[in-house]
Unconditional design. Structure first.
Length: 127
């Protein structure tokens, strides 16, 4: 069995790969949260379409918030600032193996996409 210590010439270890993926998602992918309050306020009496829009914005903000907080906590755990919980370990392993983390999948529309394809879909859906 191999440890995550690396030890090979010029290679990077598992934690460095996970940190790099987390940084990429956090800096390149994670958008700002929608201003639900002002958007909701701009509708006098929302139409059914606007109600659906507001529901989608609420779900999207929940997902963005979870993504941001979980990535921040994972990076802190990898740096030894906080303890590595089971959820954070699963998040790191999902990043390393290219899978959509279960904690994000619970808040997103059901999919069988891998992490890279899901991120692309997430970005398009946000726009």
């Amino acid at each position: 069995m191999q440890t995550s210590e690396g030890g090979g010439e010029g290679g990077i270890n598992k934690e460095e790969i996970i940190t790099q993926i987390a940084d990429d998602i956090q800096t390149k992918t994670l958008p700002e949260m929608f201003d639900e309050y002002n958007i909701r306020k701009s509708f006098d009496v929302p139409s059914p379409t606007q109600v659906v829009l507001l529901q989608e914005l609420e779900r999207m903000n929940g997902l963005i918030g979870k993504m941001h907080s979980s990535i921040t906590d994972l990076k802190r755990a990898l740096n030894g600032e906080i303890g590595m919980s089971q959820d954070l370990d699963i998040l790191g392993n999902s990043f390393f193996n290219g899978f959509l983390p279960p904690m994000w999948a619970k808040l997103a529309p059901q999919t069988l996409k891998n992490l890279v394809n899901w991120i692309s879909h997430f970005e398009r859906r946000y726009r």
